[in-house]
Design a protein around this ligand. Structure first.
Ligand code: GLN
Length: 501
């Protein structure tokens, strides 16, 4: 019997079109898989079997009636719990939003519905997307399907783990400093952070508004391209939404799959290697460069000297914006309310009970950085660093079409290992954060398994703003070259999960 959960989203879409499978069958297969393996993985916070199956049934009926349907109609998807979804619990991983059922849809969830994709459920994440491991979720961590003792990355560890455990063929993520790319890297999946403004943030619970970007997650480059085109586009409800056509991601992925990179200049970022990078991560990275070269790409070295300050600038800008964005959780408007004698005491008690340690740490830091007398020294300086980083990128893109680096310095670390050491946790994002500060698009795709620990390694590709299509071309080429050797996507090599009866 065919195990549909092992197929790519593109294959599922083709099989649906050809009448080889129904959307109800596909959706049920994924719901069964979730029931069988999600206990120890904990990728999902909420499931919506009835809603997903209802969407699937309607798609099947329309298809049978000959109605013209969108490309991914009937292909199920998992949605990070950062997206507001009408009628479905939405918590952003926080206890402060426990029990909140939004009365409206985010633009992206509305787009998924318009694309007729059954939504399986909402995936786990670090509280308000603050973290690199999902250990800061108010509802317990997600576990990495490659090794249950290891982190699945964060904040979007739930979406990445759902993909790597074949619970969903596609998922939505959000990336403020790496929360799509880093989880993709440590789970052997693919994740894309589009150009800032390329996907509407309306209804995405904000972490740091000038950095946040929603994006597609999948097991293959083509699958993420297909989803990117469903998610993206102009939205008058988001003032920062780009008023331009969605990049031609699918076309670029198809072009890349022909494995011809003649004339493409690939810049290796000098600063994102060396000290702190695991040997096996560097080895896989070097081998990937050789593959790009063999397909005709020219490899050059570029230097981005200001990256040294990226992490420090990010951890001032992000908490500053977050402290302001999270002010709305005041016990009056949404979710949790701890009733006390006065309004002030009620707010205080609610925020004390509803927010976790990492969220409190960042609110305190951000409030301090923005306070009178300190603003210039901290927030102001960080904004200047941001400009320097943008200039570094602009200079680097003068000599290269795309820039590359390992996505993360190491393979997934053990759960608990960095929980009490915020700086060690933050260091996992050194290679992903610069793209957010500059607003440029980035992709992470698997480049293999580290020989020393057998865990997945991610390869990061960055492109200039608006040039998201380049990521798909180069990514699909590298993937085609690698999967030829592997005989399929890297996720197929993950150990079999124990199945619950
Ligand atoms: N890990 C980073 C942080 O903790 C990135 C988070 C994100 O992209 N949402 O801020």
């Amino acid at each position: 019997m065919t195990d549909w959960t092992r197929r790519t989203a593109a294959e599922m879409a083709a099989a649906l079109k050809a009448g080889e499978v129904t959307s109800v069958e596909l959706t049920q297969a994924h719901l069964d898989r979730i029931a069988a393996v999600d206990g120890p993985i904990h990728a999902f916070l909420h499931l919506d079997p009835e809603g997903a199956l209802a969407t699937a049934r309607k798609v099947d009926e329309d298809r049978a009636a000959g109605v013209e349907l969108p490309a991914l109609a009937g292909v199920p998807i998992a949605v990070k719990d950062v997206l507001v979804t009408e009628g479905l619990p939405t918590t952003a991983g926080s206890k402060i939003l426990e029990g909140w059922i939004p009365p409206y849809d985010s633009t992206v969830s509305a787009n998924l519905k318009a694309a007729r994709m059954p939504i399986l459920g909402k995936t786990n994440m670090d509280e308000f997307a603050m973290g690199s491991s999902t250990e800061h979720s108010g509802y317990g961590p997600t576990h990495n399907p490659w090794d249950l003792d290891r982190i699945p990355g964060g904040s979007g560890g739930g979406s990445a783990a759902a993909l790597a455990s074949f619970e969903a063929p596609l998922a939505i993520g959000s990336d403020t400093g790496g929360s799509i790319r880093q989880p993709a890297s440590v789970t052997g999946t693919v994740g894309v952070k589009p150009t800032y403004g390329g996907v509407s943030r309306f209804g995405a619970i904000a972490l740091a508004s000038s950095l946040d970007q929603l994006g597609p997650c999948g097991r293959t480059v083509l699958d993420t391209a297909l989803l990117h085109e469903v998610m993206g586009g102009h939205d008058p409800k988001d003032a920062t939404s780009l008023d331009e056509p969605v990049p031609a991601c699918v076309e670029a992925a198809m072009q890349g799959a022909t494995k011809d990179l003649t004339g493409v200049k690939v810049g290796v970022i000098k600063e994102l290697s060396g000290e702190g990078y695991q040997a096996g991560v560097e080895q896989r990275f070097e081998e990937a460069l050789e593959r790009l070269k063999a397909m005709g790409a020219e490899i050059v070295e570029v230097s981005c000297p200001s990256f040294e300050f990226a992490l420090a600038a990010y951890y001032l800008i992000l908490p500053s914006e977050a402290s302001s964005n999270l002010a709305k959780f005041d016990s009056v408007r949404f979710g949790l309310r701890v009733e006390k004698e006065t309004v002030e005491k009620t707010m205080l008690a609610t925020r004390a009970a509803g927010f976790g340690d990492e969220v409190k740490r960042r609110i305190i830091l951000g409030t301090y950085a923005l306070s009178a007398g300190y603003y210039d020294a901290y927030y102001g300086s960080a904004q200047k660093v941001r400009t320097l980083i943008q200039r570094d990128f602009a200079a680097a893109f003068e000599s290269a079409d795309v820039l590359v680096s390992p996505t993360t310095p190491t393979t997934p670390f053990k759960l608990g290992e960095r929980l009490d050491d915020p700086l060690a946790m933050y260091l996992n994002d050194v290679a992903t954060i610069p793209a957010n500060l500059a607003g440029i698009p980035g992709m992470s795709l698997p480049s293999g398994i580290a020989p020393e620990d057998g865990l997945p390694v991610g390869f990061q590709i960055l492109a200039p703003a608006h040039e998201d299509a380049r990521l798909y071309r180069v990514g699909a080429a590298l993937e085609a070259s690698l999967t030829e050797e592997w005989g399929g996507a890297l996720t197929a090599q993950a150990p079999e999960l124990e199945v619950a009866e």
